[in-house]
Ligand binder design. Structure first.
Ligand code: NAD
Ligand code: TYD
Length: 354
């Protein structure tokens, strides 16, 4: 029986990974450690919370004693580490929180894993520390045909990506220094159900249904490479089981969209699904001041993952975006609950005067 600690399992990607592992591996024990920040929500996991092979622990990855306690109590042999502060705009306002959670939190997990595994009679045998990272650590690409590969030099620009880059370096250092069996993956932008509506796609769907302005940063010319979240979760499952220790794998959908083109698809699809006349929400599109240090383009070369482990995205974007928009419109209660309280205050602060 494997005992796997998944961190950040109540967040967007983490909840899809927890669900996949709990359902697919009844003989594994999945321990989900999550602080339940504004981005963590147990409603994301309602369908599996009673499963026998699942335990939820509310706690902070920076709490070293708590994390050490989990390793000794549950005899953890695998870690899938997703807990993080993840929103670039928040990192611009409050970089310290990002350094704390993303850097110190990752170090706390690494050190707890090291102490537990080095004390184990089998040492690092059968153990694995899998760190989930982002393509944003590679910096920004110009328009054109260049892609991020696993060899691309790190060049982070935002406090978020700088903190993720730093955590990636710590993970690799634990392999090189202590021989810990680590893996790092760098994935492109995810979309799908259960994403907190501060990120582009759910924010815009929520604003369209509430007839609020859609704040397009700059001219909307920045490009992102979008991957459906369940395809990312499948890649994580494959790499956790079959990936080579000490390797890095890039994960991406080969699905680049200019923000403004994507936004027009979202507006058109929302209007159709809401039964509005075509073009009814076009007037909500509002060009606002650009994000500071806004990376122009991200695009992933995921050919190593395809070549070595046979992974490729399963969903066409047209189907994925329609499914996603439908999900948010059908789950109004989830959206209403998550956007009440703190989020409303954050929304006012973030977009007032922009
Ligand atoms: P998210 O913000 O939706 O969820 C983060 C989760 O971590 C939340 O449940 C939150 O409560 C928890 N958390 C935050 N601080 C914590 C702490 N100190 N201790 C314990 N739990 C804490 O994030 P996401 O979009 O699901 O991203 C998950 C991971 O994937 C992150 O590491 C992120 O950098 C990475 N990633 C995200 C994307 C994307 O497009 N969303 C793309 C590539 C990589
Ligand atoms: P986001 O979802 O925040 O992801 P990331 O910054 O990690 O790529 O943003 C995706 C793109 O959309 C990015 O280029 C910034 C842009 N954007 C807007 O134009 N308006 C918004 O309100 C938000 C949140 C993002």
């Amino acid at each position: 029986m494997k005992k796997i600690l998944i961190t950040g399992g109540a967040g967007f990607i983490g909840s899809h990974v927890v669900r996949l592992f709990v359902n697919k591996y009844p003989d594994y024990h999945i321990i989900n450690l999550d602080k339940l920040t504004y981005a963590g929500n147990l409603a994301n996991l309602q369908d599996i919370e009673q499963a026998e092979n699942y335990t939820f622990v509310k706690g902070d990855i920076c709490d070293f004693e708590l994390v050490c306690g989990l390793f000794s109590r549950y005899k953890i042999d695998g870690v899938i580490h997703l807990a993080a502060e993840s929103h670039v705009d928040r990192s611009i306002k409050d970089p310290f929180t990002f350094a704390r959670t993303n850097v110190i939190g990752t170090l706390s997990l690494l050190q707890a894993a090291r102490l537990a595994w080095e004390a184990d009679e089998k040492g690092y045998e059968g153990k694995r520390f899998y760190h989930i990272s982002t393509d944003e650590v590679y910096g920004a690409l110009e328009m054109g045909n260049e892609f991020f590969t696993e060899q691309t030099k790190y060049d982070p620009h935002s406090p978020y990506s700088a903190s993720k880059a730093s955590s990636d370096h710590f993970v690799r250092a634990f392999h090189d220094t202590y021989g810990m069996p680590t893996i790092v993956t760098n994935c492109s932008n995810n979309y799908g159900p259960y994403q907190f509506p501060e990120k582009l796609i759910p924010l815009f769907i929520n604003n369209i249904r509430n007839r609020r302005p859609l704040p397009v940063y700059g001219k909307g010319e920045n490009v992102r490479d979008w991957l459906y979240v369940e395809d990312h979760a499948r890649a994580i499952d494959l790499i956790f089981h079959k990936g080579k220790v000490a390797e890095t794998y890039n994960i991406g959908g080969h699905n680049e969209w200019r923000n403004i083109d994507l936004i027009r698809v979202i507006v058109r699809t929302c209007d159709r699904l809401l039964g509005n006349a075509e073009g009814a929400s076009d007037d909500l599109i509002t060009f606002v001041k650009d994000r500071a240090g806004h990376d122009l383009r991200y695009a992933i070369d995921a050919s190593k993952l395809q070549r070595e482990l046979g992974w490729e995205p399963s969903l066409q974007f047209e189907e994925g975006i329609e499914r996603t928009i439908r999900w948010y419109l059908d789950n109004e209660e989830w959206l209403n609950n998550i956007t009440s309280g703190d989020y409303e205050r954050y929304y006012d602060e973030m977009y007032r005067g922009r």
